[in-house]
Design a protein. Structure first.
Length: 561
């Protein structure tokens, strides 16, 4: 059966072999058996690392369980997606920018009171002058895709791409959890938690950029998980082939640094995804840095476990350098390509700055690249100096406990207005998440960190790396105007941390029956509570009209109002 537990011994690699002949120590097992393909795979990957290693009866569920969770999440995201028919919060920037990209390939200015005309389908407020924007274009092009499909006057079309990406993220996260924990059940749990959480639902129903940052970072994370297994499988094959040529043990020179593993296609895919992530918001750079280091650390560990003598030097020379080339230049070129519309438009902002400002320390760059570089410098100055006050400004220290969720939309009709049958009503969109999920996940992160320190479990380290990339950089800007909804970028890793702990509670297939029943009961009760709380909060995530008192009852903390 499929393992249910992150520490199932059948799913964990065996301990590394002692040093090879010529170094201190002695083999724990017959050296000639240590370098067979089967033995190497067992040490590096565990016994059930491939989809085909699961029983035939469960292979369907490998895809069906994530798909079912995505369907649940998709229903919660797409039903009434066009409500409210208004430009919600920062949609006022990104949706109009997306329309402008469809028309011109670059962002243009809008006349005063453009929102009032835009929501009626009147786009005459679009001006001919370029607009100064401080975020790259990928996320806005993705928003534009939905507007292209359903028309620019459809609020469903405005938000289609966000809802689609939010739904696909559930499927991807469930597959990632399955792969990390070797458990179809844990994958389904991860997908369900992400599907019903309010913060993820609101972000999927609102065309802001952060949902796209989260998606591309998550795709890159999944690609690197695939690369981890692919790289270890290649290492096992090459060492096994070297051993077979010499009767069971590789030549000494072949174990000094280990073999080169060739072009890592999954790593290239991660580079493209991280380029698109950074092309949505510059915060994607932190994911590129964290994931690049994480991938190299995995390769170093693989060479050590396989028995390579100089595993650190071998990992740097034969993996690390190529990892950099596979990810950083690829991400940069992908990012640069995302500015194609700006390059091809003669009237885009700062497009001809280099022509008007010849010379300087960057004169060796082609004119369009110099112009783009200057544009980036001014945008960076804007970002680092942004400290204007806002009623929903939220310091990053408060994000893990949802200290100040963002209110995206509010409408308080009186009796008889807009279908209100109470004395007063409320239709709001608040980015508050499911408190059971978020507060439990905050505790789970502390546990996972301690567990990683004590056990060095690679899964715990991977979760912490994703969380650190999406969260820690914002702590460096305590005075900057930032908002809680940025937290969607690292929410998948909060979910994985929570699933990690739930897996420990659930137990393993080798545990006594009473222990497994007890774990299943506790996890089941937790999921029932999560679903009940999400059902209760769902109206304030989707702008449903409810009595004003019911809205206040859902404001569990004064800072949520």
């Amino acid at each position: 059966m499929v393992s249910l537990h992150v520490t199932d011994p059948k799913a964990r690699p065996l301990p590394p072999l002692p040093p090879v002949s010529g170094a201190r120590g002695s083999w724990l097992i017959d050296p000639k058996k240590a370098f067979t393909l089967e033995a190497l795979r067992a040490r590096l990957l565990g016994t059930r690392w491939r989809w085909l290693d699961t029983p035939l009866s469960l292979r369907l569920w490998f895809w069906l369980a994530p798909a079912l969770m995505a369907v649940i999440g998709g229903i919660l995201r797409f039903v009434r997606l066009g409500e409210p028919h208004a430009l919600v919060f920062d949609e006022t920037y990104y949706i109009k920018d997306a329309y402008s990209l469809l028309q011109s390939g670059y962002e243009r200015n809008w006349a005063e009171k453009a929102n009032e005309h835009f929501i009626t389908g009147d786009f005459s407020s679009l001006l001919d002058t370029p607009e100064y924007v401080v975020h790259p274009p990928v996320g806005k092009w993705m928003i534009a895709f939905g507007m292209w499909l359903f028309g620019p006057s459809s609020s469903f079309g405005w938000r289609f791409s966000a809802a689609l990406v939010g739904t696909l993220s559930i499927f991807v996260l469930a597959l990632i959890a399955q792969k990390m924990f070797r458990s179809t059940i844990m994958g389904a749990v991860a997908g369900l938690l992400f599907a019903v959480d309010g913060h993820a639902i609101v972000q999927s129903r609102t065309s802001l950029l952060d949902i796209f940052v989260m998606f591309w970072a998550l795709v890159a994370f999944g690609a690197l998980l695939m690369d981890r297994d692919d790289g270890r499988n290649r290492l096992a094959k090459r060492l096994a082939a070297a051993a077979a040529r010499r009767g069971g043990i590789p030549a000494r020179k072949e174990l000094i640094f280990g073999p080169w593993l060739g072009i890592r296609w999954w790593r290239l895919a991660a580079g493209v995804a991280l380029g698109l992530c950074t092309g949505t918001k510059w915060s994607g750079i932190f994911f590129l840095l964290a994931y690049g280091l994480l991938s190299v650390f995995w390769d170093l560990s693989a060479r050590r476990i396989a028995g390579v003598r100089n595993w650190f030097a071998g990992g740097i020379l034969k993996d690390g350098i190529f990892a950099f080339v596979s990810m950083v230049p690829v991400a940069f070129l992908t990012y640069l390509a995302s500015w194609t519309g700006w390059f091809m438009s003669a009237d885009s902002w700062d497009r001809h700055w280099a022509s008007a400002n010849p010379g300087g320390s960057w004169a060796w760059l082609p004119g369009p690249l110099r112009s783009l570089w200057h544009y980036h410098l001014t945008a960076y100055t804007f970002h680092t100096g942004l400290d204007s006050d806002h009623p929903y400004k939220a310091n990053a220290w408060s994000w893990l406990v949802m200290g100040r969720p963002t209110s995206f939309y509010t409408d308080y009709p009186k009796h008889g207005e807009k279908g209100c049958v109470a004395d007063s009503c409320a239709a709001v969109v608040s980015s508050v998440g499911n408190p059971v999920i978020w507060w439990s996940a905050a505790l789970a992160v502390v546990f996972v960190f301690v567990y990683w320190i004590a056990r060095r479990d690679w899964r715990a380290g991977a979760i912490l790396a994703g969380l650190a990339a999406g969260y820690l950089p914002w702590l460096l800007y305590p005075n900057r105007t930032i908002f809680f909804f940025y937290a969607i970028a690292y929410e998948p890793y909060l979910i994985l941390a929570l699933v990690f702990v739930l897996g420990l509670i659930l137990g393993t297939a080798s545990d006594p029956r009473w222990r497994r029943m007890q774990g299943a009961l506790l996890v089941g009760l937790f999921l029932v509570l999560v679903i009940a709380v999400s059902t209760y909060f769902y109206p304030i995530w989707t702008a449903e009209l409810i009595p004003y008192g019911q809205w206040r009852n859902r404001m569990w903390m004064p800072s949520w109002i």
